[in-house]
Write a protein that binds this ligand. Structure first.
Ligand SMILES: CC(C)(COP(=O)(O)OP(=O)(O)OC[C@H]1O[C@@H](n2cnc3c(N)ncnc32)[C@H](O)[C@@H]1OP(=O)(O)O)[C@@H](O)C(=O)NCCC(=O)NCCSC(=O)CCC(=O)c1ccccc1C(=O)O
Length: 339
């Protein structure tokens, strides 16, 4: 291999390696880089035929188009809802930067409408969840709306409606990526934890504040956290209510990747595009399977529902339905009893 080709391969392998793991974890002796520099060692695990065939996902910025839902309903006040033109990415942004993107009941209602739309839109394959600006992803429940019964605004009694949003994200059969810049604290920290993946900017700060302000989340906020970082760390995070930097959070397993703030959306979109190349049904089943054990009967129901959905698409499933509609006996004998 000539010098030129060697350099091209080295650059390409470095870019793939950089894409697959945080830059700080790659040493010059990483096999991907060695494989590129030493042409005789071309069997690097990163030099696979899938990569050679499909190449990198495109890196151009998406063109975001604001989504307006049912026109009879008021436009969004607390969120921004966008979809990328020509690709299956939706982006839902809490738009209260002056309150560090704290959510009030109105915010949660709007978020639920947007997530519902993104779920039902079959052209959407992945959803980015973020906060406006660089100061905060979300600082939890807006404390000025908190009363004796929970969080209340002008048209409702107090309740903890963010719990419904957590369940909605957890059960949504498409990946949701939290894109976190700045503070993800209190109920905002729980929201990023219920997302499938978290990409954090290097200015991100994570933590629970409940015990400082007279609140706690003993549901997903405790159980998912304990699963993610282990019970000792989860206790530390709740009992002391300390804040953690992005790199501390990455080491604890709270986030998937930390990137420079200015690269946050670029990297997040790259992850979205990688996922969009893959089978939506496989991803859907992986999501419900990973959640199943932790979510008990509700988790099993989601996984089982996915199985039924797939079964409806088979000839065997259709034999039962069409025979019923035609008032004849179904013939299931033609289907193999697979081992
Ligand atoms: C996030 C901070 C650390 C940021 O600090 P800093 O950058 O210095 O900014 P500030 O000057 O503090 O804030 C700017 C401005 O925003 C207001 N603000 C920020 N956060 C909130 C908030 N959560 N509620 C109301 N207002 C907020 C702040 O007052 C400033 O306004 P001014 O008018 O300029 O004064 C810091 O802001 C901070 O610590 N914020 C509070 C974080 C917090 O304690 N959040 C609430 C935790 S409790 C919770 O979220 C419960 C939620 C819930 O519904 C729930 C209940 C039960 C079970 C589960 C859940 C759940 O899962 O959510």
């Amino acid at each position: 291999m000539d010098q030129n080709m060697n350099m091209i391969v080295a650059r390409r392998m470095a870019s793939v390696a950089n894409h697959l793991m945080p830059a700080h974890q790659i040493s010059p002796s990483h096999p991907a880089l060695l494989g590129a520099i030493a042409p005789s060692n071309c069997s690097s695990p990163l030099d696979d035929s899938y990569r050679r065939t499909h190449g990198e996902v495109p890196s151009h910025p998406p063109v975001w188009k604001t989504v307006s839902l049912d026109e009879s309903v008021k436009e969004f006040a607390d969120i921004i809802y966008e979809k990328a033109a020509g690709e299956g990415i939706a982006k839902i942004t809490i738009n209260r930067p002056e309150r560090r993107n704290a959510f009030r009941p109105q915010t949660v209602k709007e978020l639920m409408r947007a997530f519902n739309d993104a779920r039902d839109d079959i052209s959407v394959g992945v959803i980015i969840f973020t906060g406006k600006g660089t100061e905060a992803f979300c600082s939890g429940g807006d404390q000025s709306f908190r009363g004796k019964n929970g969080y209340a605004d002008y048209d409702n009694f107090g309740r903890l409606n963010v719990l419904d949003l957590q369940v909605q994200i957890r059960r949504l059969p498409k990946p949701v990526i939290a894109m976190v810049a700045g503070y993800a604290v209190g109920g905002g920290h729980v929201l990023h934890m219920v997302c499938d993946l978290t990409i954090a900017a290097n200015n991100a700060v994570f933590g629970q504040t409940g015990p400082k302000v007279g609140s706690f989340d003993a549901g997903y906020g405790a159980s998912i956290m304990s699963r993610l970082i282990g019970p000792k760390r989860a206790r530390e995070m709740w009992y002391l209510s300390k804040f953690y930097t992005a790199s501390e959070a990455e080491k604890m397993g709270l986030v998937n990747m930390v990137v420079p703030l200015e690269k946050l959306e670029q990297e997040t979109v790259k992850w979205c595009r990688e996922m969009l190349r893959n089978s939506p049904t496989a991803i859907r089943l992986c999501k419900s399977a990973i959640n199943a054990a932790d979510d008990g009967h509700a988790g099993l129901q989601a996984l089982a529902g996915d199985a039924t959905l797939m079964f409806y698409g088979t000839e065997e499933g259709n034999e039962g339905r069409s025979s019923y509609l035609q008032h004849k006996k179904p013939d299931f004998s033609k289907f193999p009893r697979l081992p």
